[in-house]
Design a protein around this ligand. Structure first.
Ligand code: 5AD
Ligand code: SF4
Length: 447
């Protein structure tokens, strides 16, 4: 590659999960520390970071076509951008990306992106580099302090996964489960609040497996961490995601009834309603044990909103087994959910299982499932009408004078009136749609 001048502007494009959004923010902060500015909206950036996701289909193909588009656009303005591929596709494909895409100068995995500035130094000299090391949590110590944030911020507390669900690439791309130390998390949470965060969502691929030691040397789990973070003045809301049913302990269930700042929302993927399919997925719970667990959460916090993830068309899934998923959905009545067609991930056990399900069958199942989930989501939103609740204002709405924020149950609520981003207001929910609610501003709680 030819040497080039140091980039003046950057753009980080994050795909996939919230952990990637968090990583994308930290990469942006790091580039900011190097004196590189975010590229203005609509302008080509000198440096583009594609922060990729590998969890479902065609992730790699999407990356290659994005790279193609970037080089073409660059040629038009007479300067091709420096391109870094980060995230889980970088981890999974590594050198392959370098071979296939001469326009890429940096390939950096999710555990190595703290080394991006060094790699950038080499890229400017025309050298290409790949770093897909997994030095556990070295990354966090090497990142700059948090200085900017959104009213609703993410904080990665745990990374990696040891569960090895048979369809999932995460244990391979993100590595083994590690918990960030308690004191680092408390410090980072305080920094986020100082920078304006009112809500923090604790993130981890298997967040409920987080464990650590508090400052007195006592062992604490996620509930203990939440309890201590709730003491931070100025922090109004705490959420966490994503959990695995096997790691939900009594303390966490109790926390939902006791800690006011812990929002009444639980994202607890079930994936399927058939015990045979769950076994083949290596999920370690049954439909029944999942339902019983939810009951305990609902007893602790009766207004808890539930969310889940589903996969249709896992290898060998029969029509009757799929019906069991619909039956489970009918019982739980999710407030929201994510549902996907099974997609074979190279290197995972399910990818080579017998009984791969035809695309048309998956399409039909997904449609039926989503119809049921949408019906329940609308019903949940309609049942909220008449409630007056706190809404954290996160952004401007579509029209002038409109604001958009989240209810405690993670519903999108828009309203009109006197507010600014970051306000916590009280609004009465007056109109319900499938994806959002309209509110009437009653009062501002914090300015
Ligand atoms: N195919 C389809 N969906 C998947 N997920 C993970 N791996 C796959 C796959 N191979 C879904 C699961 C998980 C969510 C983050 O993505 O539902 O909970
Ligand atoms: Fe993947 Fe299963 Fe781990 Fe979730 S719990 S990240 S689905 S292996």
């Amino acid at each position: 590659m030819k040497p080039t001048s140091s980039p003046k502007t950057y753009r980080v494009k994050s795909f996939g999960c919230q952990m990637n959004v968090y990583d994308g923010e930290r990469m942006a902060e790091m580039l900011g520390e190097q004196g590189i500015l975010p590229a203005p909206e609509g302008e080509e950036a000198d440096l583009v970071v594609l922060n990729t996701c590998h969890i479902r289909e065609k992730a790699a193909e999407k990356v290659y076509s994005d790279i193609g588009r970037l080089t073409k656009a660059g040629r038009k303005v007479g300067k091709e951008p420096l391109i870094a591929v980060a995230g889980c596709v970088a981890q999974a494909e590594g050198e392959e990306i370098m071979k296939r895409s001469p326009a890429v100068s940096m390939v950096v995995g999710p555990q190595a992106y703290h080394r991006l500035p060094e790699m950038l130094g080499r890229a400017v000299k025309g050298e290409r580099s790949t770093d897909t090391d997994m030095p556990a949590i070295a990354k966090f110590a090497a990142l700059p302090e948090r200085r900017r944030t959104n009213p609703a911020s993410f904080l990665t507390v745990q990374e990696g996964c040891d569960k090895f669900c048979t369809y999932c690439v995460v244990p391979y791309t993100r590595g083994a489960e590690i918990s960030r130390p308690y004191s680092d998390l408390v410090t980072e949470a305080k920094k986020l609040v100082d920078a304006g965060a009112k809500e923090i969502t604790l993130l981890g691929q298997n967040v409920s497996a987080w464990s650590g030691e508090d400052e007195r040397g006592h062992k604490v789990g996620l509930a203990g961490l939440i309890r201590d973070l709730a003491r931070i003045d100025g922090l109004a809301r705490i959420r966490y995601t994503t959990s695995h049913p096997a790691d939900m302990d009594d303390d966490l269930i109790a926390a939902h009834g006791e800690i006011e700042k812990l929002m009444p929302f639980l994202h607890l993927p079930v994936q399927a309603g058939s015990d045979r399919v769950l076994r083949a997925m290596n999920r370690s719970h049954t439909a029944e044990s999942y339902l019983r667990l939810l009951e305990r959460f609902r007893t602790a916090r009766p207004d808890l909103a539930l969310s889940g993830d589903f996969i249709v068309g896992f290898p060998g899934e029969t029509d009757a087994e799929f019906e069991e998923t619909l039956a489970l959905v009918g019982e739980v009545k999710y407030a929201q959910a994510f549902s996907f067609k099974y997609s074979p991930r190279p290197g995972t056990p399910a990818a080579t299982m017998d009984g791969q399900v035809a695309k048309e069958v998956m399409d039909e199942r997904l449609q039926r499932l989503q119809t049921a989930l949408n019906r329940d989501q609308l019903a949940f939103n309609e049942a909220s009408l008449g409630r007056t609740c706190e809404v954290l204002v996160e952004r401007n709405g579509k029209l002038a004078g409109q604001w958009l924020g989240k209810s405690p149950w993670l519903q999108s609520v828009w309203f009109e009136g006197d507010a600014v981003i970051g306000d916590l207001v009280r609004a009465e929910l007056v109109e319900a749609g499938p994806n959002s609610l309209a509110g009437k501003l009653r009062e501002t709680v914090t300015a």
